[in-house]
Write a protein that binds this ligand. Sequence first.
Ligand SMILES: Cc1ncc(COP(=O)(O)O)c(C=O)c1O
Length: 467
Amino acid sequence: MEYEEIVRRNREILSRPLKAIPEEKLARERDLYYRRNRRSREIFEKAKNLIPGGVEHNLSQNKPFPLAMDRAKGYRMWDVDNNVYVDYLMSGAPIILGHAFDPLDEKIVEIIREKGPATGLTSEYELMAAEEIIRRMPGVEMVRFLQSGTEADMAAVRIARAFTGKQKIIKIGGSYHGWSDQMVYSLHVPGTGPLNSRGITTESYAHLIDVPPNDFAALEKAFEQNKGGVAAVLVEPIGGESGTHPVHPDWNRRIRELCDHYQSLLIFDEVVTGFRLDMGGAQKYFNITPDITVLGKIIAHGYPSAGAVGGRKDVMSVCQGGMGEKIYIGGTLAANPITTAACYHALRLMEEHDAVKKATAYADRLTAAMNELFAAREDLGFFVYNFGPIMHYVTTAFFAVDLSSPDAFTQIMARKQTADDYQVATLSHGLCTLAGTRMYTCMQHDDEALNKTLEVWEYLLSLIPRG
Ligand SMILES: Cc1ncc(COP(=O)(O)O)c(C=O)c1O
């Protein structure tokens, strides 16, 4: 679906009244949720005394309570009550070969059994993994492993400042670059500024410039007003929260031009898009080469401690040198043999199995089929779009509420609540998606998965009155 159409359809949904599930039907769905998830509930009740809020996974659906998972295989996931799900969370994007992919797991088990998990020193896998990344990513000539996407984003910003000698970082509203002090700004909905900043000093944002997505004039103004001061522009190349606020077709190219003009660096945060949108990342997909690339979870395909920052040799060289010369980056368990071996093998397996192509083909089919289903309920205006194996479905459009409208926050809350209610119903009938808006596909999703998905959506539509 083209950018203009996505924008138009979001507006159309926002112009219509909310289509909630009627209370009596919703009560039945909630009741079903309670009945089929007894063990999950028990775990949650105990966890509340041990873990703040009883849950620590931001991607979990927490209302009425979070589900505890037991195991996953292929595209399926089972919870502790043995309910099975067609999974589209895919662990938050890293899984594209399918969960618990035997050829990968066997390699890792072998390392643990025969070599041990970590020594705190370099292993050969570090080099092998770096080679696999560099070989595929056009903008990556050198790479440094870290332990999460958050850390990799922090490092990218530090590298950009050290290399350019400038301080300002332009961040695009609605994008997510981890939870470091300077990056928790204008999350989810563009323009929300320091809404989630409790515990963060205002000084942390002193050198952050928040530019609304696809606002060419604001972007140019930000460069002009901070002439000579912008170290880098940090973007999610398919748009904030990885495509929730999709990019205008000219957006990345214009940013590249402005960075070149003002001698600033372009940082692509490819934590979601790297090795998912394309084996060469969004940079290959859009044919735009960033100076710095941020990578995350998918590089270890679900194994822990995954993050990396890569880029041009001259830029990355600020990470080397002696005391006081190099920038300080750390991580005792970073680049451990498990993570780096997982990276080496996962990337090779993805290529060998043509994982991106297969996951994309499935996402294309499912997107078309869901749009066909939604078209039969014209009164709702629901729609789906995808960037390869990254699907976004829009039901209440809460992410797209315009903050300048007088009741913006009330609208966001009400629309989010209705989307959550939809998710209670879809989860109870065996679909696991992300935040009620996103679906990641893997190479193993098949006809059975597709039919089950459509069946659940059809059921959800049947709960919402026509008109
Ligand atoms: C685009 C993007 N950048 C950074 C991060 C942070 O990565 P991590 O959760 O590994 O810290 C995420 C996490 O979802 C992400 O989607």
